[in-house]
Design a protein around this ligand. Structure first.
Ligand code: SF4
Length: 364
């Protein structure tokens, strides 16, 4: 198989759907952790193809959405520091903070630039030696190694005007926090392929062994997601709980040792705040001492004000998997992609955005 079009094979998909329909006798609630999977599920109408026994719920795997309001406000405030160029992925621009957004700050004159990778941010620093360039480090284990690589390159090249505000998060601790909260009952977890490509599939083992929940790692094409659901249903029907890999073309059991090494050289785990979930032990990445000179948090006085609550927005509950977008009174009314109230409506990986864009009729 050489091309994606070969993989988006109708016969293959129909076969997987038929298998799910015939084998799913027990009612099950499956969570897709990752916003990329949420996007695939809505874009290709996968929920509508599933039997009534299989219920999908979206998890907290959208890095923009889970950025805590206080962190978001500090990121926006960093744009106002004199002689700073703030660089960020595009998704962050329109996320409303408590008082303003990066887009509004840019319109008001702040130097905020969208980049496609941390390497672009580093290049911006090299091209503007009289400015300080801060990159907003948002993302999971997938993004953190690329940010670490940019730090290692800055160190090697002696670039002293490049900094990162590290708001990176790691996935397993937040899944544990959700399961320990007792708020949701899950029968299976669709695990993110790109995170697992870096970490290896072993990071999900505790979910199967300690919580008895089947896990399947998979990719982002419709047959990938269907195959994962089919494998989860099969495990549930057999009464098993193990980690399986439906994405062997992208994920090895030991992950990507080079990426892991870079991430571990630059960052260490620390507690982190998640929107709607709160502080989660060892779920964030902060700079190791040897690299603190690149840490925007340590180098700059970033102004902070207490975050304000967005009245009516249920992003927190949606990220915990306990509410659906249709439960939010603002969905499709006061909150749309053109005028978002919460981050779940802004990000391309946000659940509210996926519901809205793909016209989910049973949004509630
Ligand atoms: Fe928040 Fe808007 Fe989603 Fe409601 S519809 S939960 S306000 S993002």
């Amino acid at each position: 198989m050489k091309y994606v079009s070969e993989f988006r094979n109708e016969t293959l998909s129909r076969g997987l759907i038929a298998r799910i329909r015939t084998s799913s006798r027990t009612s099950s609630r499956l969570m897709e952790f990752c916003g990329g999977h949420t996007n695939t599920i809505f874009r290709y109408g996968i929920r509508q193809l599933l039997p009534g026994t299989v219920n999908m719920v979206s998890g907290p795997g959208c890095p923009v959405c889970v950025t805590a309001p206080s962190d978001l406000d500090r990121a926006i405030a960093a744009a106002g520091i004199p002689d700073v160029i703030l660089t960020t992925f595009g998704d962050m621009m329109r996320v409303p903070g408590s008082y303003t957004s990066l887009q509004e700050e840019k319109a008001a004159g702040a130097d905020v630039r969208v980049v496609y990778s941390p390497v672009d941010a580093l290049t911006t620093a090299m091209e503007n030696p009289d400015k300080s360039v801060i990159f907003l480090g948002i993302g999971f284990e997938t993004t953190a190694p690329t940010v670490a690589a940019s730090i290692l390159e800055a160190e090697e090249k002696g670039i002293d005007n490049y900094f990162v505000l590290s708001l990176h998060k790691i996935c397993p601790p937040v899944i544990r926090a959700l399961l320990d909260s007792g708020e949701i009952v899950l029968n299976g977890l669709v695990c993110p392929g790109h995170v697992s490509a870096v970490t290896g599939s072993g990071i999900w083992e505790f979910i199967a062994s300690e919580y008895g929940i089947p896990c399947v790692v998979t990719g982002f094409e419709p047959p990938d997601v269907l195959r994962a659901i089919s494998m989860l249903v099969a495990q549930i029907e057999r009464g098993e709980a193990k980690v399986e890999n439906a994405y062997s073309r992208g994920v090895r059991s030991d992950g990507n040792p080079l990426a892991l090494d870079m991430m571990e050289r630059v960052f260490r785990e620390d507690d982190a705040e998640w929107r709607g979930i709160g502080a989660v032990k060892n779920s964030g990445l902060v700079f190791r001492k040897a690299f603190e000179r690149f840490d925007a948090e340590k180098v700059f006085e970033i102004p902070s004000k207490p975050p304000l609550e967005r009245k009516g927005c249920l992003c927190g509950e949606i990220l915990r998997g306990v509410k659906m977008p249709g439960d939010c009174p603002l969905f499709g009314r006061a909150c749309t992609p053109a005028s978002p109230v919460g981050p779940c409506m802004v990000s391309s990986e946000g659940t509210c955005s996926a519901y809205y864009r793909y016209g989910e009729s049973d949004a509630g």
